[in-house]
Design a binder for this molecule. Structure first.
Ligand code: AHM
Ligand code: MG
Length: 336
């Protein structure tokens, strides 16, 4: 390929995954890359729909509420269906957990070949669709315990993030970008609309050790715990040796994507209206935490490393502090 395309050789996400597998898991069966191709196909279909959001009758809410009591948008419903379909037809997938479904979807509870559980938020930040601001899809893949086909326990899926096999997200922004990791670094691909392929654009992404942005919903500042308030005051006062700007999109994927590229810190603390934090542990915080650590950053729930937290329910919420090392360390050392 390099010979044909010269120095501008094109590497698609599919080629990248296969190459990584050959390098790090020479005995892999190929099932796993087939599974990831379900995610790339689904997210291309979602991207196509998001791009047409103002044109067809997809804006507005569908009139139902999801398990968290939030209004579902039509595109959430579409994204969820597409992911369930594209992943559901992969034989290696045993269980799906979606933000939009109260219960896990057990696809192949009795099939020992169905080795994987996939957890996802099909369309995160969907309140931003109506105003043409970035939204995203987040996912993580876990391996089911060997006997899980026999027992079908919730605990088969409720694993700490350190067990993740692969995680990633797609941000439907000014371009559509897929970022994934299988534990061998973090790699970013931009969807080239002309050929319909995700093309490698950001290999081995690393966060700067310190950035210039902090990101939190400051409207809730008064109800942040004192250590969060104190930390944000330190950032504002230039205590960390640099002057910060604030950036807050209100789409976790987009806010995290900026943090990954530029460094800095994103915080969603416990608040009065969300005393446990707002973000979901299993399919929001855990995949993001896996990616940030792979890129040289830090993710905690304000106290503990996110990847060490044992989830106890599918839709549980968590506070989230994620970003560059310098800011994360300063946060940990800031008392209320
Ligand atoms: P959603 O899953 O219902 O879209 O909500 C999650 C979103 C995140 O993308 C974002 O970080 C957060 O909610 C913003 O919340 P807030 O509006 O309270 O700042
Ligand atoms: Mg969400």
């Amino acid at each position: 390929l390099t010979e044909v395309a010269g120095e501008h050789s094109v590497v698609t996400v599919q080629q990248h995954i296969l190459r990584q597998q050959r390098l790090h898991y020479p005995n892999a069966s190929g099932e796993f890359s087939w599974l990831l191709s379900g995610i790339t196909l689904a997210t291309k279909m979602i991207a196509a729909k998001v791009r047409r959001a103002g044109l067809s009758d997809v804006l507005g809410s569908v009139g139902e509420t999801n398990v968290q009591g939030e209004q579902q948008q039509k595109l959430d419903v579409f994204a969820n269906k597409v992911l369930i379909h594209c992943l559901g037809i992969r034989r290696s997938v045993g269980v799906l957990v979606s933000e939009e479904n109260a219960e896990p979807i057990v696809l192949r509870g009795d099939d020992p070949h169905a080795k994987y559980a996939i957890v996802f938020d099909p369309l995160d930040g969907s309140s931003n669709i109506d105003v043409n601001v970035s939204v995203g899809t987040i996912f993580a893949i876990f391996r089911l315990p060997d006997e899980s086909w026999n027992t079908n326990q919730d605990s088969d899926v409720l694993q700490p993030g350190r067990n993740i096999v692969a995680a990633g997200y797609v941000v439907y922004g000014s371009s559509t970008v897929l970022v994934y990791s299988t534990g061998q670094g973090v790699h970013g691909f931009t969807l080239e609309p002309a050929i319909g392929a995700y093309v490698l654009s950001h290999e081995n992404m690393r966060l700067p050790d310190q950035g210039k942005y902090y990101s939190a919903n400051e409207a809730n500042f008064a109800s942040f715990p004192p250590n969060y308030q104190q930390f944000i005051n330190r950032l504002r006062d230039g205590d960390l040796g640099t002057s910060y700007s604030s950036r807050y999109i209100g789409s976790l994927v987009a806010d995290f994507h900026r943090t990954l590229l530029k460094g800095g810190i994103f915080l969603y603390p416990p608040t009065e209206s969300h005393p446990e934090g707002k973000l979901r542990l299993l399919y929001e915080a855990i995949p993001i935490a896996f990616l940030v650590e792979q890129a040289g950053g830090v993710a905690t729930d304000g106290k503990e490393r996110i990847l060490d937290v044992q989830p106890t329910s599918f839709h549980q919420r968590t506070p989230l502090v994620v970003g560059s090392k310098v800011e994360a360390e300063a946060f940990a050392n800031t008392k209320g």
